[in-house]
Design a protein around this ligand. Structure first.
Ligand code: BTX
Length: 322
């Protein structure tokens, strides 16, 4: 609301100093009792405020939020994230995005503080606790045939890797096809889904989950998952990471549509840990061991087995052999 804006602006100008109740009342054009109520609603949103008689109010700590306002201020994109659907809690941002994809304008971002039924590939669950991670889905509408869709997982992986590097200083590596790791543990999962006719994509819905400020994980994930805060030793702003992801995704999406996949492929391979290593790929039809040679222009993983036969892997879980 505009009252909230006025208040936040006043506190931001005061830069940690007190602002008197009367001054705030004058700015908003209301009584001092009404000011008190507005302050209370800031507290509800997670701001911490100190109140001292005769001095007034000051903000001692701001919530780390990913609501629309927090994301829009400082967002440097032209098309992506111009429309933001923010929810405190959803089953899954993918589900929400699928429901609105048909009417939604390209670049619409669905983001939530918490998912109660976040999901990964093959209906696996994705844990998405409140206020600590980035749980979001972006709707794109490229004029492309459906078989190009897997490339968007790789485009996204490059965009998110660089966003995390540039905003937090930690550098993830990519594990084909859809995970980002820090020190060998998962910090990001990417889920690319489609609404398509046989020959063209209607919407591509890119789900991104980033573990940002979790300080611990439930037992079943403790060995395989980590967060940026755990690896860096301090909490970081989720909004800044989201903004950087949107900016990078727009840049690489444009690059891909005008110049094709080659620059993205080059970056992807330079960030990937699995290329050149011996891996085990578990696909729905069986398990293949071999050396990961690289990815093709379609995002397919090339795997050379011990007999020198090269396999095209379209979808699998991979494990890197020591
Ligand atoms: P995936 O199938 O590659 O990985 C799922 C597996 O990852 C799970 O079986 C579990 O072992 C592990 N896992 C679950 N939660 C976490 C977590 N928070 N951190 C690390 N590992 C975890 C990866 O699928 C794709 C995930 C996409 C999630 C985003 S969040 C926004 C959007 N909405 C939604 O429902 N999904 C996407």
């Amino acid at each position: 609301s505009s009252v909230k804006h006025t208040l936040l602006e006043a506190f931001s100008k005061a830069d940690g100093e007190f602002v008197s109740g009367q001054a705030l009342a004058d700015m908003i054009g209301c009584s001092r009792t009404a000011v008190w109520k507005h302050i209370e609603s800031l507290r509800q949103e997670g701001f911490e405020l100190e109140v001292v008689r005769k001095k007034g109010y000051r903000i001692t700590s701001k919530p780390d939020k990913v609501s629309e306002n927090e994301l829009l201020i400082g967002l440097e994109t032209n098309r992506l994230g111009k429309r933001i659907v923010f929810k405190e809690s959803v089953e899954s941002t993918q589900k929400e995005a699928h429901q609105i994809a048909e009417e939604a304008e390209e670049g619409t971002l669905v983001i939530a503080e918490e998912q109660t039924e976040g999901r990964g590939r093959m209906a696996r669950p994705w844990q998405s606790p409140k206020y600590t991670g980035i749980w979001m889905s972006i709707i794109l509408k490229p004029e492309l045939p459906p078989f190009k869709a897997p490339q968007f997982t790789l485009i996204t992986a490059v965009a998110v890797t660089e966003a995390i590097r540039d905003t937090t200083g930690v550098m993830p590596s990519i594990k084909w096809p859809n995970d980002l790791l820090l020190n060998g543990k998962k910090i990001t999962g990417i889920l690319t889904e489609l609404q398509a006719d046989s020959d063209h994509i209607r919407s591509i819905i890119i789900g991104i989950g980033v573990n940002v400020n979790q300080r611990e994980f439930p037992e079943e994930l403790a060995d395989i998952a980590t967060s940026i805060a755990i690896e860096k030793g301090e909490t970081v702003s989720r909004a800044k990471i989201v903004q950087a992801i949107m900016k990078n995704l727009e840049t690489y999406y444009d690059e891909y549509m005008t110049n094709g996949f080659s620059l993205i492929k080059e970056k992807w391979e330079s960030y990937a840990i699995s290329i050149g290593r011996h891996i085990i790929a578990r696909t729905v039809t069986g398990t293949i061991r071999g050396k990961a040679l690289g990815i093709t222009d379609d995002g397919v993983l090339k795997l050379e087995d011990e007999n020198g036969i090269i396999h095209d892997i379209y979808s699998a879980d991979i494990e890197i052999e020591q």
